[in-house]
Design a protein around this ligand. Structure first.
Ligand code: A3P
Length: 285
């Protein structure tokens, strides 16, 4: 069993994403004031969107009734016209590889990488839960793994994404973070994002109340409370969008052989790049 996707101009577009929105999203002219939040799916995008939103709105959490994907819109889902209609500065989410992401030398790019093992598990539950689109409710992790390891999933191969961005890790207008470092020290992640956005944002978090508010309202526990702000269309008997938020959940899903295959692919694909040392690989048994 395989989850379906739309093959649009060689791109694996999720079911339900209008191809014309994808096209207009790619044609969007990046602006100097833009900040892009860039991830491979399931790497902590929504968490980062909410941090950025709260930084911008002086520590106010996203109110119930609003949807983060309209506030920090997903470029290739909603299209360039919608994004162009937003006031500046704009905060934009994308899952595009480096070469497809609209570029402006003064725009900022926050890239969050997550280890591929946990990404695979998270994407599996994500895909299962959107039953309206994927018809994969009965799919097993073994089914899904076969697609993930060959890159036959929404947005394509995990490694194509990571490798396209790792070469820009040290660019001046790129802040490169990992999900694991955000989990390990969320306060440091928020501070680094504020510094990256500029002195106005640093001044905001010098107010301890604002910083504490952001920490509290972007915690896994608080974000789990009202999930309608992050995603829709998931039936109540499926795992919620904000699901587990752990590092290492893959260990209870992967077989030894699957771990070996993904570790081997990781080694091959990240060879001679800085991505090779982002995470400790599981022991190859
Ligand atoms: P799990 O499925 O492993 O729980 P994205 O937003 O890119 O789709 O990523 C979703 C993943 O990030 C999910 O991982 C989700 O639970 C996790 N996540 C969302 N908000 C989080 C938070 N505040 N803290 C930690 N993890 C969070």
């Amino acid at each position: 069993m395989k989850p379906n996707y739309t093959l649009h101009k060689d791109f694996r577009l999720p079911m339900g994403f209008p191809p014309e929105a994808f096209d207009s999203g790619l044609a969007y002219q990046a602006q100097a004031e833009d900040t892009f939040i860039v991830t491979y799916p399931k790497s902590g995008t929504t968490w980062t969107q909410h941090i950025i939103w709260m930084l911008h709105y002086d520590g106010q959490p996203l109110p119930v009734g609003k949807n983060i994907n309209l506030e920090v819109p997903h470029l290739e889902e909603i299209g360039g016209e919608f994004v162009n209609s937003l006031p500046k500065p704009r905060f934009i989410k994308t899952h595009l590889t480096y070469n497809l992401t609209p570029y402006h030398p003064q725009a900022k790019y926050i890239y969050v990488a997550r280890n591929p093992f946990d990404c695979a598990v998270s994407l599996y539950y994500h895909t299962k839960g959107f039953i309206k689109h994927y018809d994969f409710a009965e799919g097993t992790f073994d089914d899904f793994f076969e697609c993930f390891i060959t890159g036959e999933v929404d947005f394509g191969d995990y490694f194509d994404h990571l490798i396209s961005w790792i070469h820009h890790k040290n660019d001046e207008n790129v802040l490169f973070l990992t999900y694991e470092s955000m989990k390990n020290n969320p306060k440091a992640a928020i501070v680094s994002m504020a510094k990256f956005l500029g002195s106005n944002y640093v001044r905001k978090i010098e107010n301890m109340q604002i910083l504490e508010n952001i920490l509290e309202h972007t915690s896994f526990k608080r974000m789990s409370l009202d999930q309608s702000r992050w995603s829709s269309e998931r039936p109540s008997d499926m795992t919620p969008f904000i699901r587990k938020g752990e590092v290492g959940d893959w260990k209870s899903h992967f077989s030894v052989s699957q771990a070996q295959q993904l570790a081997q692919k990781f080694k091959t694909m990240t060879k001679n790049t800085e991505a090779a040392t982002l995470w400790e690989l599981p022991e190859l048994i």
